[in-house]
Write a protein of this length. Sequence first.
Length: 352
Amino acid sequence: MDTLLIGRADVERVLAEVGRDVLMDRVIERLTKGLTELGQGGHEFSPPRGGFDRHDPVPGVLEWMPHFVSGQGITIKTVAYSPENPQRHRLPTIVGTLARYDCVTGRLLALADGIVLTAIRTGAASAVASSLLARPDSTVVGLIGAGAQSVTQLHALTRRFPVERVLVWDVRTENAASLAARTAFLGVPVTIARPKDILARADIISTATSTGVGQAPVVPHGEYRSHLHINAIGSDLVGKTELPRSLLRAAFVCPDHPEQALREGECQQLVGDDAAPGVIGPSLGELCASAARAAANRDRLTVFDSTGFALEDHLALDVLLEIVDELGIGSRVQLESRPGDAFDPYSPTGSG
C-alpha cells in the first residue's frame, strides 16, 4: 500500500518533456469536457471551499477544496493565499498541494505539488470561459495584475485566440516591466498601459490582483469596447473585489461556482440587488453545455467570475497523473501504516 508523490522535480520534468503548450492544451480540453458534463448534470458537485483567515503577522487565508466523484476518487486541495509571500519569503502568493484518495478505502493514492497546477488550471478556466463569451477574432489582451497568474492567463488565451498585443498594468511597476521577459516564450509584444486605457482598448481582460478587502476597484468604469470580455480572477475573499459594481450591473456575468461566487466572488456585489437575477447568468458548466447560449452574448460586455473550485483541480490532477504515468516518473513511498492485524494498530506491518 503505497502513495505516489509528485514533487517539484517531477513537475519540472513534465514541463520539459511534454511542454507547456501541450500541458495547457490538455488541461483546457479536460476542463471543457468536465464542465460540460457538469452542466449536463453528470458530475457530483464540489461544495464551496472552507478555510481559516489569518491576520497576523500578515493577512492571508488557508483553504481546503474537496471534490468527490463516485467510483473515481476524492480530490482535496489545500491552498494558501499569502499576498506578502513574494516580498517577505520569496515564495509564490499561492502555495498548495493536491491529494487524491481512493473513494472506497479512503487511502491516499497520490500527493502532488499544487503551485504550478493551480496556476495552469486557473488560466485554462479563463480560456474555456473566453472561448464561449469572447469574440473568436480577439487580438488584444489586457492584464491588470502582473503576478504569477498573469503568465498562465496569457498563455492559456494564446492557445485559443490570435493574440497580437498585450496591455499590462500592475501597482508594482517592476512586475509589469518584467512580464515581457516572463512571457517571451509566447512571442507576443507586451506594453505597459493604464487601467483606463486597457479597459478602452482590449478585447479580453484578465484581472488577477492582490488588492485588499474593501479597497477601491482596480478596474475603472470607463469606456470599453462593446464586446469586451473580462475574466475576473482575483476576487477570492469576502469583501475583496476587483470590478466596479456599475460595470458588473451592465454585464452578463458567468460564475464558475454560483454559491461560492455569491459569497466571495465579484457576484457578492450583486447580493440583494434587484437587478441581480437578470445580471447573473448561468454557471460556466451550464454555458459549456449550451454553447449557443454563450455565443448569443458575444457582442455585449461579459464577465467570468472565477473563484476557482475543486472540480477544476480534480480534472487538472487527472491530467498530471496521466502524464506522470506516461513518463514513468514520480516516487512511491509507504506513507500509511498497514498493521498485520487490521484490528490491532500495534501489530507488525503486514505485507503488500
